[in-house]
Ligand binder design. Structure first.
Ligand code: ADP
Ligand code: GLC
Length: 495
């Protein structure tokens, strides 16, 4: 039984308040599981314009708080919300920074240029919150570049602080492709030490790299699957940071994400037309009928391949774009696609239903209910990612008996077991090359399994649905990482 700790989560997203991707699922579910395990968890996140006041409503009154950013004193409002005994959320309400149309970029996907100021402010505000509310912290847990600055402030500004001085810093890298790289202009506003603007800490080709600084100041760094941890130690996957991860030695590990089965399980999912489970699969057929209807897909016997994704290069959808028409022309299969992001990809996929009516359905946008309907109603779920730190949708797919077709990288490699055509073993279909040919062939393999070896398809569904990637197991690994970080911090009093 691990020691009960006081943990500060600093995050730019968390469900159910604000979400652009899996980070929100993880921040929401991991903080909840740690609280259930008896730790005291304080979550600090921005109060974005998109967060509805009903969600943050609480009996506790908002209060104002001052935050020092270098020499600049800022004031913000903080909205507290007690979720349960050990779990408190605090929403940082600073309209100038967070009351905008998007979280990180505007509606045409241009990054806000003052992002370093916005998220360094969030990071510093989270630490000031602990001082203001007198919450003594054992571990500051930062997520991605957006809260990396918290670890720098922790180890410098708050080094001797009564409430923060003993805290260790843990950084989770959910995606090394996003590092928070910006011009140096705002360095003095951020209030980092001048000497920390060097090649081993914040400096990167003359600009600031927030994630790199976070890696330096963290006592433990982890990413979200063991395979991605290994991959990011190589230049092909590290986006330039492998050297700095190597420097962490045993202080850099992979911890596989869990999933929240209270949200993502067909036996208790309230967002799908009919619930089902391994013993009674008829509900899945009803879900397929509803999905077909939603997308105007014809013919209920044809297998459907689902996609729910950010449309970003990482996800390999440009490769799928190069072969999806050949797939539709040559195979008896249909697609149900939901996603948003890159405008070129959005436009391309949005053009397909008119060209292949009844065979390809596409909805551009963000729609949580439809995401659940796709998981439940499809036969297969495809993720041709170039890289995938963990990936949650393939894990959801397993539980819904919707067999994943994935590129064997990162968490996709760690969570999907390859189909064996002789024995029927496995839970999905994996390919290795990041090419349209590999995608085409593997989709062909999956589709032929559906038609020609239906007994294998059924057994695989059954096996997939029994897999469990619960947060209970992953949270234990985080608890161990926290203890290691605390040990490390004690040994090396100053980094
Ligand atoms: P990433 O964080 O890289 O986007 P993950 O697989 O870890 O990838 O998590 C993505 C999460 O976001 C999943 O919960 C998925 O269902 C959700 N999601 C992604 N795009 C959409 C969308 N267009 N509509 C609804 N949910 C989406
Ligand atoms: C990132 C990754 C994704 C991972 C998620 C949550 O957005 O792209 O693979 O599952 O974070 O950790």
């Amino acid at each position: 039984m691990s020691k009960k700790r006081s943990i500060l989560f600093v995050t730019s997203e968390s469900v159910p308040y604000a979400k652009s991707g899996g980070l929100a699922d993880v921040a929401g579910a991991l903080s909840k599981t740690l609280a259930e395990n008896g730790h005291k968890v304080t979550v600090v996140m921005p109060y974005y314009a998109s967060i509805s006041p009903e969600l943050t409503h609480s009996d506790e009154a908002p209060f104002s708080m001052n935050v020092w950013m270098g020499d600049t004193e800022e004031w913000c409002l903080v909205h507290p919300k007690k979720i349960c005994e050990n779990l408190d959320y605090f929403f940082i309400d600073y309209q100038n920074y967070f009351f905008r149309e998007g979280m990180y970029h505007n509606l045409v996907m241009q990054d806000y240029l003052d992002n370093p100021k916005r998220f360094a402010f969030l990071s510093q505000a989270a630490l000031y919150l602990c001082k203001t509310k007198q919450i003594k912290i054992d571990v500051v847990h930062a997520h991605d570049w957006q809260s990396s600055a918290a670890l720098a402030y922790l180890k410098t500004h708050h080094y001797n602080d009564e409430f923060l001085g003993e805290a260790a810093g843990v950084l989770t890298i959910h995606n090394i492709g996003y590092q928070g790289k910006y011009p140096k202009n705002d360095y003095s506003y951020l209030g980092f030490r001048e000497e920390d603007f060097n090649q081993n800490i914040f400096e990167d080709f003359g600009g600031i790299n927030l994630l790199k600084g976070g890696i330096h100041f963290a006592d433990m760094v982890n990413t979200v699957s063991p395979t991605y941890a290994n991959e990011t130690l190589t230049p092909d996957y590290s986006h330039g940071l492998d050297r700095f991860l190597h420097m962490k030695g045993e202080q850099y590990i992979g911890i596989l994400n869990g999933v929240d089965y209270s949200e993502w399980d067909p036996s208790n999912d309230t967002l799908i037309p009919q619930k089902y489970n391994i013993k009674s699969m008829s509900g899945k057929a009803s879900c397929k009928v509803a999905l077909r209807k939603h997308y105007g897909l014809t013919d209920n016997e044809t297998p459907i391949i689902g996609i729910v994704s950010r449309m970003a290069e990482q996800k390999g959808l440009h490769l799928l774009a190069n072969c999806i028409e050949a797939i539709i022309k040559n195979m008896q299969v249909q697609f149900a696609i939901l996603g948003s992001g890159d405008k070129e990809l959005e436009n391309y996929f949005a053009s397909l239903p008119a060209k292949y009516p009844g065979q390809i359905g596409v909805q551009i946008g963000y729609d949580n209910k439809l995401a659940h309907m796709i998981e439940a109603g499809a036969n297969f779920f495809i993720m041709p990612s170039l890289y995938e730190p963990c990936g949650l949708n393939q894990i959801y797919s397993l539980r819904y008996g919707t067999l994943p077709i994935v590129r064997a990288t990162g968490g996709l490699e760690d969570t999907v077991e390859q189909y064996n055509e002789t024995t029927g073993d496995g839970t999905g279909f994996k390919f290795y090359d990041a090419t349209e040919r590999a995608i085409y062939n593997t989709v062909g393999w999956a589709v032929s399994t559906f038609y020609d070896r239906p007994e294998h398809y059924g057994v695989m569904q059954n096996r997939a649905m029994q897999k469990s990637f619960s947060w209970k197991d992953s949270a234990k690994r985080y608890e161990m990482a926290y203890e290691n970080a605390i040990e490390k911090k004690k040994k090396h009093d100053r980094i």
